[in-house]
Write a protein that binds this ligand. Structure first.
Ligand code: ATP
Ligand code: MG
Ligand code: FE
Length: 347
């Protein structure tokens, strides 16, 4: 089954084709970062309009790359939520219209389920694909969640952030030290040059039981350290390193706790912060010590992309699930309300 996936929940237009027989066939991404940079954040109306401009050319480009035409498609998947309502409606409108015209089924995918399943999208030649039950750490720009994945589609929330998401904390911290929007990846790059231990920030909420997070206080600690410093490039790098170490260690401590609580050996990590090199190394070390494993998507598929939506949609369409003809989106949507679906065989 060949499924076109469309992602337009925020500021990335992503398109991909996933084939349940042969795996990922093609994918293309257009990021609106430059468009929103001068405002220092995503402007919803500009995001919707830009999706309108970019989506159909990207669909054509992806099909060309896959060596396919629209008549080869057996289904269409699109992000139905959570996300910006106008941006979501662009993807949903195009996806539903194409499916209607081609007389194939379409399905609305939960964006965070897309992220969560991204580590399963491509085979790991050494260890194979992770199989439920496992614990998922979702660390993106809008979410920081620990989820017990009992089966694909059966998600139990173990803990989440009470304030800022991990990616949001990276972005805000970068901004207050004068890095351009969106600063998360740049802050991480800067941390590579910083010395460990020069600045030591708190590991929030690790001194008490529980699986929730809080990252907003960390930002304030960084602000104070930055204001009191000489604001040199070297200090900025040292602070970045101290901040990154604090976030990485906090996430690792909570992941280990979540694995204990759920009685699992396998951890999967998804969302933009999952691209962070130090986080990847640290979680690999932690899970190995426990005799388990961790899986990540390739860095490119940690942040928003069409491939994860094509894959998540293909799982559900192949199981016979699909929506009706209405163009409907769900800007706020609880992942625990999803229905389970059997995993696919390896292509
Ligand atoms: P959500 O999925 O919750 O709606 P989103 O889609 O905006 O949010 P993603 O695209 O998954 O989030 O991830 C973007 C976030 O990842 C940004 O906050 C960015 O700063 C962060 N990020 C990307 N690369 C890195 C990195 N190497 N280190 C730390 N953070 C990173
Ligand atoms: Mg984005
Ligand atoms: Fe996302």
């Amino acid at each position: 089954m060949k499924v076109l996936g469309i992602e337009t929940s925020c500021d990335e237009t992503g398109v991909a084709v996933y084939d349940t027989d042969s795996g990922l066939r093609a994918h293309a991404l257009y990021s609106q970062i430059a468009l929103h940079a001068e405002y220092g954040g995503v402007v919803p109306e500009l995001a919707s309009r830009d999706h309108v401009r970019k989506l159909l050319p990207l669909v054509r480009e992806t099909l060309r790359e896959a060596g396919m035409t629209t008549s080869d498609l057996d289904g269409v998947a699109y992000t139905a939520g959570p996300g910006l309502v106008g941006a979501l409606l662009v993807g949903a409108g195009v996806a539903r219209s194409m499916a209607w015209a081609l007389d194939v089924p379409a399905i609305g995918v939960h964006h965070m389920e897309g992220h969560l399943l991204a580590p399963l999208l491509e085979d790991d030649p050494e260890r194979g694909r992770p199989e439920p039950p496992f614990v998922a750490l979702l660390v993106s720009g809008g979410h920081t969640q620990l989820v017990h994945v009992e089966a694909i589609g059966r998600y139990r929330l173990l803990g989440e952030t009470l304030d800022d998401a991990a990616g949001e904390a990276f972005d805000k911290t970068a901004k207050l030290m004068g890095l351009p929007y969106p600063g998360g990846p740049q802050l991480a790059a800067l941390a590579e040059q910083g010395r460990p231990g020069v600045f030591r920030f708190a590991r929030p909420m690790t001194d008490r039981p529980g699986l929730d997070f809080s990252f907003s206080g960390l930002k304030t600690q960084v602000l104070l350290a930055w204001k009191e410093s000489d604001r040199s490039d070297a200090v900025r790098a040292d602070i970045a390193r101290g901040f990154e170490d604090a976030v990485v260690e906090t996430l690792s401590i909570k992941c280990e706790r979540a694995l204990e609580a759920a009685g699992c050996d396998t951890l999967v990590v998804a969302g933009g912060v999952g691209a962070n090199k130090r986080l990847r190394a640290r979680l690999d070390e932690m899970t190995r010590k426990r005799g388990g494993r961790v899986s990540f998507p390739r860095p490119q598929f940690c942040t928003d992309n069409g491939a994860m939506i094509a894959y998540a949609g293909a799982l559900r369409l192949a199981a016979g699930q699909h929506g009706d003809l209405a163009v409907r989106v769900t800007p706020r949507w609880d992942m625990a309300s999803l229905s389970p679906v059997a995993p696919l065989r390896d292509p």
